[in-house]
Every structure is written in C-alpha cells, then in structure tokens.
Design a protein around this ligand. Sequence first.
Ligand code: FAD
Ligand code: NAP
Length: 338
Amino acid sequence: MIQTDIDLQPLNTLAIAARAAHFARVESLEQLREALAFARGRKLPILPLGGGSNIVLTGDYPGLVIHMELRGLSLEETPEGTRLSAAAGENWHRLVMHTVERGLGGLENLALIPGKIGAAPIQNIGAYGVELRDSFVDLQAVHIATGKLCEFSAADCEFGYRDSVFKGRARDRYIITRVRLELPSDWRPRIDYPALGEYFARREQGAGTLTPEKVARAVIAVRNSKLPSPDEIPNAGSFFKNPLVDADLYHSLKKAHPDLVAFAAGERWKLAAAWLIDRAGWRGRQRDAVGVHDRQALVLVNPGRGPGAEVTALAAEIAADVRAKFGVELEPEPRYYP
Ligand code: FAD
Ligand code: NAP
C-alpha cells in the first residue's frame, strides 16, 4: 500500500514539481490507520493531502503523504432541514452541485471552490459572504498519535475567518475523515456581495425568483469571469488572507487612500488584500516562471511550472512591499510544505 518516490506535480494545483519520499492512497479508515502506523514506526512527518489546492510545495516531502480518497455521501431529512454526511475524499464542488440540483440551499455561494470535503474545515472555507461554519454540524477525525477516532463539534473547531483549531492548537494532530452539514429548510439567497447582486440585477432577477441552483450558476459564472482555472493556469486561489487591522490603522490608510477597499469586521476592519497588492503595482507582473494574475492581484500563478521557491520568493517580495507602502502585514493563506 505504501509507495515510494512519488511525483506530486499532478496532485497540487500550483503544478509544482516535487516528490514524496513515501505515499499512501487511502480509501478506508483501516487503510488510514495502517498508513499512520507505518509513519509512526519510522517517525515520519505526515502530510494529509486532499486536492492540493491550498498548499505550496517548497521542496521534496521527506515524510508520508496520505492522499485522502475516502468516499461516501448520505442525506437525511431532519425537523430543521436536511443533514448531509460526507467522507473526506469527496469533491467539494460536486457536493455543492449535488445539493443544489436537489433544491437544497446553503452551500450555493461556495460553488467551484476546489478541493475535498476533508480540507474544508481546515480554513473554514468561505466565499461571497458564506462560510462552511454556517452549515457545519460536526466532524469525525483520527488522532494521528494514537489512531483513535474522535468527534469535533462546531465549538471544538473554533472556526474563524479562514481559520480553525486545525491551523492552531490542533495543527498536525488530526486527520479529518468525515464532515456533517445541515442545510436549512427555510433557505434565503445570500446575494449581497456586489458581484452577485450585479449579476442578477443585469438579468432583472429579484431575490424572490431565485433558487439555490440559480445562485450556484451565478457564482460559477462570476468566478469563471475573473479567477483562473488551475487546469489552465496553475494557482492556489487567493495567496494571502485579507488582513484584519485595527480602527486606527484603517482610518489613517483611508485618509491617505480614499479609494481603499475595506469592510467593517466587528471592532476591526478587513482590508481587501487584492487592492493593496494592485495599488503596490504587482498586478500582472511576471517573475521567472511565476507571476501575479492580471485580473485578480490576490492570485499568484505558476504558468511556467516553476519550483515552490520561486512562488514563495515572489510572495515574500509582495508582502515586504505592501508592508513598506501601507504598514500592513500580509499572511499567506496556503500552507508551505515541507
Ligand atoms: P489541500 O490543499 O490538499 O490541503 C490543504 C491543507 O489541509 C493542508 O494543510 C492539508 O494537509 C490539510 N488537509 C487536507 N485534507 C485534510 C484532512 N482530511 N484532514 C486533515 N488535514 C487535511 N478557499 C476558500 O476558502 N474560498 C474560496 O473561494 C477558494 N477559492 C479557490 C479558488 C481556486 C482557483 C483555488 C486553487 C483555491 C481556492 N481556495 C478557496 C482554496 C482551497 O480550494 C480551499 O482551501 C480547499 O478547502 C482546499 O482543499 P484541498 O482538498 O485542495 O486541500
Ligand atoms: P470580490 O467579490 O472582488 O471582493 C473583493 C474582496 O472584498 C473579497 O476579498 C471580499 O472578502 C471583500 N468583500 C466584497 N464584498 C464584501 C462584502 N459585502 N462584505 C464583506 N467583504 C466583502 O472577491 P473575489 O476575489 O472575486 O472573490 C470572490 C469570493 O470568493 C470572495 O469571498 C473570496 O474570499 C472567495 N475566493 C477565495 C479564494 C481563496 O483561495 N481563499 C479564491 C477565490 C475566491 P472575502 O474574501 O472575505 O469574502
């Protein structure tokens, strides 16, 4: 079951050439436990891999890559709506389409996000004002050190903005095997993001005529109009999180740059990282094999299939420039390995 020296280039959406010293394709809990025992016996580090759409491979991986291919999906009616249980290896976008095609709402704004169910809680995936936590019930995970199965409620997951306990205290300690979501029976469309509102306004469709599937189709059309498909131009989506800054910094930036794009987020302000990068002059710039997408400055692209070091060097240069020009710290969203 364990393979050695495996090419990871087809398994990461930045198409970075890198190899895994050890690799296991896992389709059941039993295979997962066997893979974990193999790694434990050799004291190998572990990289749980879904669709590879939120990682940057900075070199060959010296440990065990566990490719999560557990399958299974079930829907169940409850008094509140529909409860959905999906195994970690199911494709996220296909799950969204499976629900909207049955008239079930709740996940439509999250259409076309690449990757698998098992990775969705890691950063509490979000788009167009909706996050995974809005429909999350609980998840099942295997504790890496002991192989024991455990459950995490929504509170246990400590979801935040593109964040969860799995990026903090529980980082590298669990492998998620199953996620349960609840889709409400009293669905209402969430089309307050300008791009979605404008899409329906142009077609003269009011909120009352919308269905989950219509919203999903709109999200797909809007995303396709500005975000590069990794199949055509390798990328990892938004490379930086939108920074949350305190009110003092926001007000001083807004005074200096009246067109700054920012949104109130509780007591803090969320700045559009794309605006900062664009205004610093990076949109469309190319450096060796890598570059900054010309329609969305938050997306770093790798058309020349360069090494991870080129991607991280460009990201570091952009972050340093934004820090120098605006005094704002940009934090990469994808995780770097090894
Ligand atoms: P991977 O890249 O395989 O893994 C990501 C991290 O999760 C790694 O640290 C990995 O070890 C860990 N991991 C994966 N599976 C498991 C598991 N079963 N158990 C424990 N740890 C695990 N994200 C958004 O939030 N919103 C968006 O709108 C969005 N749009 C995107 C658009 C594009 C074009 C691209 C390329 C990416 C986009 N992303 C977006 C980022 C990415 O798709 C999500 O973060 C997605 O959830 C990653 O899934 P994955 O299976 O590819 O994860
Ligand atoms: P957009 O709609 O052009 O918006 C630009 C930025 O402004 C976004 O980052 C968004 O923040 C913020 N924003 C816009 N309207 C807002 C509102 N009403 N309230 C609060 N914040 C608002 O963004 P885009 O690049 O085309 O992406 C569309 C959506 O898909 C966004 O939600 C984005 O996060 C998501 N997406 C994520 C990734 C990824 O890899 N993480 C990749 C592609 C797209 P938020 O980002 O916080 O929503």
